[in-house]
Design a protein around this ligand. Structure first.
Ligand code: 5AD
Ligand code: FES
Length: 362
């Protein structure tokens, strides 16, 4: 068999490749390797999660941010960004509405906004948990101290999303201001893991200065860290950022990487992202058909949606939450998948698992 297809098979067997092999797999990709990766990724996903798709209700709680990431539309230097923050009551109302719509995971995402200190954010987490005890809470609020992560975990937060953005130190420095560091990002991820959070990392596909080498490092990092969740989506330029003139990441490479990540870490919870739906009208469907198993409809109040603009032309900014939920349910149905009402925790191998599950090599 040719070299690239044997790499795909090796990955499916061993869930691991050498750094140089990941580079080859990306550099010399072709339609055949993409098709084989997709087939193997979808197969193993079906063995673990069947045709179930998990949904997460995304609540964008603030677009105020002290950071200045060069790619991001809500960076502090963007004076054209109209700032907002939701009040604790508004956030809790979004979760109530989401619960009625069948969401059992809420993702509170925002910029690094000092208003949401431990007291305020912890209070919100406690209140949502008190009202909806069968739900998981995911935080996506950036870099915080160990003590803060610990406190929020004690308040009931179950999961934390903090994309590593790139596993290459030099690349990290080109995407971020000097005040931010690769080491601190990695330290946060390790601390979150140590505190018992289910942790999500991830990166943008096609970010400026990304190379086959940096992508191979991302894959090696994922192989070693084994995140419970992994968010990847195409980079899309925002007109008011220094990266305004850079091209978007592609649907093709994003789907290729989704398949690879599924094979590296079969049980990973892998969203088909809004950014993927933004660069192609059927992007989210194609992401699922490449091995993703999560979608994250927007639960933010429509009045603020347009303001949480990380990149240009973001979709779903005009629809009510119920419309977004329904739209995604239909989209998943159209490709043979079912959105389920579930917390959607990561599959873990247990002795009670059925013999069929036990035959899955994880
Ligand atoms: N294009 C695509 N994704 C982006 N993000 C931030 N800015 C952009 C952009 N211009 C992603 C980052 C961040 C997540 C919340 O959104 O990876 O971690
Ligand atoms: Fe939001 Fe389709 S998912 S409108």
């Amino acid at each position: 068999m040719n070299r690239i297809l044997s790499l795909v098979n090796k990955l499916a067997d061993k869930h691991s490749l050498e750094l140089s092999e990941y580079e080859e797999l990306i550099e010399f990709r072709n339609d055949e390797s993409a098709k084989l990766l997709r087939t193997l990724a979808v197969n193993i996903r079906h063995k673990i999660y069947g045709h179930d798709i998990y949904i997460r209700g995304l609540i964008e709680i603030t677009n105020i941010c002290k950071n200045d990431c060069l790619y991001c539309g809500i960076r502090k230097s963007n004076t054209n960004c109209e700032r907002y923050r939701l009040s604790p009551d508004e956030i809790i109302a979004c979760s109530d509405e989401g619960y009625e719509l069948g969401f059992r995971t809420f993702v509170l995402q925002g910029g690094e906004d000092s208003f949401f200190d431990d007291n305020i954010l912890g209070g919100i987490v406690r209140e949502i948990k008190a009202r909806h005890s069968d739900c998981a809470i995911t935080l996506s609020m950036g870099e915080r101290s160990y003590e803060s992560y610990k406190y929020l975990r004690d308040c009931g937060a179950d999961r934390y999303l903090l994309r590593h953005e790139t596993a290459d130190r030099d690349h990290y420095m080109k995407l971020h201001p000097q005040s931010m560091s690769y080491d601190n990002r990695m330290k946060c991820l390790r601390e979150l893991r140590g505190l018992g959070y289910q942790v999500g990392c991830g990166f943008m596909v096609g970010s400026p200065f990304q190379t086959v080498k940096t992508l191979a490092r991302d894959l090696k990092f994922i192989e070693e860290f084994k995140p419970e969740m992994c968010g990847i989506g195409p980079f899309i330029a925002h007109k008011d950022t220094p990266f305004r003139d850079y091209p978007s990441g592609t649907l093709e490479l994003t789907c290729y990487l989704l398949s690879i990540i599924r094979l590296i870490h079969p049980p990973v919870l892998l969203p088909s992202t809004t950014a993927l739906g933004t660069i192609n009208p059927l992007g989210r469907e194609k992401g699922i058909m490449s091995g993703a198993n999560v979608v994250m409809p927007n639960l933010s109040p429509v009045s603020v949606r347009k303001k949480y603009e990380l990149y240009d032309n973001k979709i779903c900014t005009g629809e009510e939450s119920a419309q977004c939920r329904e739209c995604l349910t239909q989209r998943m149905k159209s490709i043979g998948y079912n959105v389920v009402i579930s917390r959607g925790d990561i599959y873990t191998f247990t002795h009670e698992a059925s013999s069929e599950s036990a035959s899955v090599t994880l």
